[in-house]
Design a protein around this ligand. Structure first.
Ligand code: SF4
Length: 249
């Protein structure tokens, strides 16, 4: 794997490359131990389009939390059919388990959204990427302060490489690409949903708010944990699992 110096050099080189070229490099370099993930939002469509054009066999992981808008599932299925994408649906093993491992609850997203995201997103993604060398995702630096410093290639302590081909693009670049290629938009975009996650945790965005302002409204939370918690092997043992035995996880 890469030394720190090699990684810095690589990032310097990739920083100037088009996402399509970064994608091509990643798949050539790490195939077959590489996959992408997508939550099938409008802003993720350029990356999906580039995958369809360059590497259609690349597995695309979709975390099915059970809480998605029906419009998201429909949009996902339309894009998969249109571009013949290699969709891999991943689900939680224990979707609504409480911290103490007791009875499952139906509204965990309301009472403990961090735990809900851990069980429905972080843990399933941890499972889905456990056998991989590289995981490609479409996150960008301009999406939120928490993402402002992401590098194009990041090596986690677990050995997993995180690859962010879209890191340098802005929202304007995304829209330019969508218009240039006449790509379809998520059906809820017209209603103000700029960033779309699970239905109970997403509201439309108002004028002047940032792209992700509609996520987890009323909570301090701004990230589900996929891009902040799932970093290395130590961080995979997050406090969210406190009180849940290994057997129950
Ligand atoms: S976004 Fe909301 S419903 Fe979805 S996993 Fe996180 S807390 Fe649960």
């Amino acid at each position: 794997m890469f030394t720190e110096g090699e990684l810095a050099q690589l990032n310097q080189k990739l920083e100037r490359q088009h996402p399509r070229e970064i994608l091509r490099w990643a798949v050539t370099e790490f195939w077959p131990d590489v996959a992408a993930s997508s939550s099938f939002q409008t802003q993720g469509v350029p990356l999906l389009h580039m995958i369809a054009q360059t590497t259609p066999a690349l597995p695309i992981i979709f975390l099915d939390t059970g809480y998605h808008f029906p419009e998201t599932l429909l949009y996902r299925d339309q894009l998969v059919a249109r571009w013949n994408l290699n969709l891999q649906v991943v689900r939680a093993t224990s979707p609504n388990k409480r911290r103490d491992g007791g009875q499952q609850v139906q509204d965990l997203y309301r009472t403990d959204p961090d735990l809900c995201c851990y069980l429905n997103k972080v843990e399933p993604m941890q499972r889905a990427t456990a056998h991989l060398t590289a995981w490609i995702s479409g996150i960008r630096r301009d999406q939120s302060p928490a993402r402002a410093n992401i590098k194009i290639v990041e090596l986690r302590a677990s050995g997993l490489l995180r690859i962010h081909p879209m890191a340098t693009w802005t929202r304007k670049d995304i829209w330019q690409y969508i218009h240039d290629h006449n790509l379809p938009e998520h059906p809820l975009l017209a209603q103000g949903y700029l960033s779309i996650g699970c239905a109970p945790c997403t509201r439309p965005v108002f004028d002047g708010e940032d792209e992700r302002a509609g996520r987890w409204n009323g909570h301090q939370k701004t990230e589900c944990g996929l891009h902040t918690l799932l970093r290395d092997s130590n961080e995979r043992q997050q406090p969210y699992v406190t009180g849940i035995s290994n057997e129950q996880q």
